[in-house]
Ligand binder design. Structure first.
Ligand code: DQA
Length: 152
């Protein structure tokens, strides 16, 4: 079964209690549960992780390069600042889907730029936890199409 790393950045451990008007009441454990169910239906294995540390996220993206078939990334605030994460994603040579719970384009100007977008195939924002499920669906498709196109 293809493996997808679902990586979450800083402050997403506080989901459910952090600014619920913006991020909703679901916890990160709730989001993981939804992803596990969706992944099962799509025949995908997932690795769902969260870190507040930029270097840890870089290490996990490097690990995914070897161990995964695709990455779903909500890099939190590092989305808008991290060249290191952009470089790691560029080196990964995997399909990457960017997810944000909130609509970053309806928010402050500094959230309108994303380093992750520069390396991602596509992105989903503003749809809350459902965005992760949609990203899994999109990745399942991409992985299937690309494995059938791979040279034998
Ligand atoms: C976020 C949006 C980011 O701008 C913010 O820093 C976050 C969460 C989202 O999921 O909406 O931490 O990535």
């Amino acid at each position: 079964m293809p493996t997808v790393f679902i990586l979450n950045g800083p402050n997403l451990n506080l989901l459910g209690v952090r600014e619920p008007a913006t991020y909703g009441y679901d916890t990160l454990a709730d989001v993981e549960e939804r992803c596990l169910e969706r992944a099962k239906a799509l025949d995908l294995t997932i690795e769902f992780r969260q870190s507040n540390h930029e270097g840890q996220l870089v290490d996990w993206i490097q690990e995914a390069r070897e161990a995964a078939d695709g990455i779903i990334l909500n890099a939190g605030a590092f989305t808008h600042t991290s060249v290191a994460i952009f470089d790691a994603l560029s080196a990964a040579d995997l399909p990457i889907i960017e997810v944000h719970l909130s609509n970053i384009f309806r928010r402050e100007q500094f959230r309108h730029h994303s380093y992750v977008s520069l390396a991602a195939r596509g992105g989903i924002f503003g749809l809350g936890p459902q965005g992760y499920e949609l990203a899994l669906e999109a990745l399942a498709n991409l992985i299937e199409i690309e494995s059938s196109e791979a040279p034998r």
